[in-house]
Write a protein that binds this ligand. Structure first.
Ligand SMILES: C[S@@+](CC[C@H](N)C(=O)[O-])C[C@H]1O[C@@H](n2cnc3c(N)ncnc32)[C@H](O)[C@@H]1O
Length: 722
């Protein structure tokens, strides 16, 4: 149900006549929708937070009994009180949205705390934090890639503090809304027979794209979104609506060359990639691997192309160009051009021409025996032969076959693109390979390395043997899509907030290895378990939030282990990964990557946390992320009142600003100074004394209030709450 239908239902319960009137007006209105993309913005999305401790005032749902595979009660309740019961803590609940009416009292119930789960609606104020769950360091002082386990909407909101306008490229592969339980809305899988399937999907995507837009660098960045036939039309319109100022292109990309059959339709082998160009962004020419030229096996290192002198097609007949019908005299053994005859008068034919002893005449005769023509006049051919641009081929019924270099190719010889490395006996040039050319391809990609089965699923199986993840992208497909935008940006920040198995982070590591870049990837994904495992886990009496359930979640079971394995070159069992990377950069997967990565889980804090140290610990990673995710992190409030690390400094006691400012001045490459004070004048005064190039950022003393946001609320520096 949409928000509006929800409200109408509530109105009906209170005043049936008014409810019916409203309903009628709503139907009339919705049948007169204006042109464009219209969908109902569904009632606020809600996300269950199974690991969040339950407190008085929280919004909760009552979980179905352990072992049950049913849907459970979707209503929201508020905790009015918590007290001790005989078998453990219990909570007094009141139904939300179910206020008392004249005839009914508000619905209440008492439920054991263990049978409740906290729910955050997207309009609620959230206090996010990050907890580190591990790291891999092999990359010296390079910035860290980060993998964040969390609801992406909330993580995106948190990133508006750390990365507003700083992201260079976003690559996302959202759920395709296939109707086959590939995603959840309000904790329920969206199925094919759900009448609101499309508007739920659009509402979900729109909310996230609007926040993602705040992260993209408006002057020069790209959003890349993959999609298939189920939602590409709606997605295209949504992108136009959310990014009216951007230029948008769609590429058709074959990801399943074998194709999958569709009832009463063409079998499908491709999907689509939308590219949304912000500001001056656009694909830059890059070196493409040989794989982009599967038919010829050539890579973008071009070789001179010799083409037949004999003209094919409808224009290739003597009468179309009588001046191009003439003999070319060649030594009998095919080694040398001797002469080029003049064009034959209309009434003459090859049999009328005298062929000198020891020579063979080549004629432009078609395969059906009729008279054809050459591609150029005798004069032009003489010049081309003199320059070495015509070659003698094999002999046949009509003399020796001839090939030549067309004007474009001749120019490349003349400007040195194809270096001349020698001459054949017939005087034609032998050219070397052209230097690697950089190019931007067309919008049709039929690239074998983009096969999701071979280089997505099978590659992932080599990295994480015995673990399954549905439909990972081909590693090389993601690498190629990103290359056009980050090739010349070795410090690019790439974000994927539907990261699934972590292909994007893996692709960014490969791009770094190819040019020594220091790009960093932020990967966000939730920890839901695959629909197929859901019921099995429930039958095992498990629930989300149980350690055994969570360890099967995508982020913990697939994403983090995949990124770690790719970096170390070892599977989770410690075995060297079998096989080699292919295409642009070929090397054993067991070599891993010289990169750094840290793994986090998003937490939801309470605003009333009295313990400053604990509250600080949860936001410490956000400060480190804002300062570029490199070097050490200040995880605890410094006892000295200040601390300075490689990328940033933190001043918690403004009375100690002198040594703080001095040390900042001595630290090369430091970018941000966080200053904790509720006193605006002191903040301004310290900020003025900082060296140029160091950004002063103010934090309020109650740490968590620096990081609160609610749906629809902007969360930039200017709106920080005090
Ligand atoms: C189609 S998959 C992406 C696959 C990925 N491109 C790869 O190569 O592995 C989409 C992923 O987004 C995650 N996801 C869906 N909704 C999400 C949400 N609201 N917050 C965070 N992650 C979400 C799912 O867990 C799923 O793994």
């Amino acid at each position: 149900m949409s928000r509006l239908t929800d409200l109408i239902a509530q109105a009906k319960a209170k005043d049936p006549q008014m409810g019916a009137d409203l309903d009628r007006e709503f139907k009339v209105l919705s049948s007169r929708l204006p042109f464009g993309l219209n969908f109902e913005r569904h009632r606020p999305e809600a996300v269950e937070l199974p690991q969040r401790p339950i407190r008085k005032g929280d919004k909760v749902r009552v979980l179905p009994p352990r072992g049950s595979t049913g849907k459970g009660d979707s209503r929201l309740w508020q905790i009015m009180a918590i007290h001790r019961g005989a078998g453990g803590k219990v909570a007094e609940l009141a139904l939300l949205g179910g206020e008392a009416t004249k005839t009914q009292t508000a619905q209440t119930q008492t439920v054991a705390l263990v049978d409740l789960v906290v729910v955050a609606e997207f309009r609620d104020t959230i206090y996010p934090g990050l907890v580190s769950t591990g790291k891999v360091q092999r990359g010296g002082d390079k910035p860290f890639h980060t993998v964040i386990n969390g609801e992406n909407y909330h993580v995106l909101k948190a990133l508006t503090y750390t990365h507003r306008g700083k992201v260079d490229a976003i690559y996302i592969d959202p759920p395709y809304n296939t109707g086959a339980k590939d995603w959840k809305y309000n904790n329920d899988y969206v199925e094919g027979d759900d009448l609101y399937r499309h508007s739920k999907w659009l509402a979900m995507m729109e909310r996230r794209l609007l926040v993602a837009k705040e992260l993209l660098n408006p002057a020069n960045s790209v959003l890349i979104v993959t999609i298939d036939e189920k939602e590409y039309l709606r997605l295209g319109l949504l992108l136009e609506q959310v990014f009216p100022e951007a230029r948008i292109q769609m590429v058709s990309s074959v990801i399943n060359p074998a194709s999958s059959s569709r009832a009463m339709a063409f079998s499908r082998s491709d999907e689509y990639i939308f590219f949304v160009f912000m500001g001056i962004s656009g694909p830059v020419p890059v070196h493409l691997s040989a794989d982009w030229y599967p038919k010829t096996g050539r890579d973008s290192r071009g070789k001179a192309r010799w083409q037949e002198l004999y003209r094919r097609g409808a224009d290739g007949i003597r009468t179309k160009s009588p001046g191009c019908f003439y003999p070319v005299f060649i030594k009998e053994d095919g080694t040398e051009f001797v002469d080029v005859g003049g064009a034959l008068p209309e009434y003459q034919h090859p049999s009328d021409v005298n062929i000198p002893e020891g020579l063979v005449a080549s004629w432009p005769i078609r395969s059906d025996g009729t008279e054809g023509r050459w591609s150029m006049t005798p004069d032009k051919l003489r010049t081309a032969i003199a320059k070495g641009y015509v070659r003698i081929g094999n002999v046949g019924a009509n003399g020796y076959g001839l090939t030549y270099l067309a004007i474009g190719e001749q120019k490349k010889v003349e400007d040195g693109s194809y270096p001349i490395v020698g001459y054949r006996a017939d005087g034609s040039v032998i050219t070397g390979e052209q230097e690697l050319v950089e190019l931007v391809p067309s919008t049709q990609w039929r690239i074998p390395s983009h096969d999701a089965s071979a280089y997505g699923s099978q590659l992932l199986r080599a990295i994480l043997p015995n673990r399954r993840f549905p439909f990972p992208k081909s590693l090389y497909a993601v690498e190629d899509a990103l290359r056009f935008f980050v090739a010349n940006r070795p410090d690019a920040i790439v974000l994927d907030f539907f990261t699934g198995s972590g292909t994007t982070a893996h692709a960014v590591m490969r791009l770094n290895r190819q040019d020594g870049g220091r790009r960093q990837c932020i990967s966000v994904t939730n920890n839901e378990v695959a629909a197929s495992e859901h019921e099995a886990l429930r039958r095992k009496m498990l629930r989300p939030g149980d350690a055994e359930w969570e360890q099967h979640g995508i982020c913990d079971y697939i994403t983090k282990p995949r990124v770690k394995a790719a970096m170390t070159g070892r599977t989770p069992d410690g075995d060297p990964i079998k096989g080699d990377y292919k295409f642009t950069d070929e090397f054993p997967m067991a070599e891993g990557f010289e990169e750094n990565a840290e793994f986090f889980t998003l937490t939801y804090e309470t605003p009333v946390s009295v313990n400053h140290n604990r509250a600080f610990a949860r936001i410490a990673p956000l400060l480190w992320l804002r300062a570029g995710s490199r070097g050490r992190r200040i995880d605890h409030l410094p006892e000295a009142g200040w601390e300075v690390v490689e990328a940033y400094g933190l001043l918690v006691n403004v009375d100690n600003s002198t040594p703080f400012i001095e040390t900042i001045g001595q630290t090369q490459g430091l970018g941000v100074a966080f200053i904790v004070t509720d006193d605006d004048r002191r903040f301004q005064s310290i900020a003025r004394q900082l060296p140029a190039g160091v950004e002063p950022v103010r934090l309020y003393e109650s740490y968590l209030t620096n990081f609160s946001f609610a749906n629809g609320e902007d969360w930039g520096d200017t709106e920080i709450q005090g």
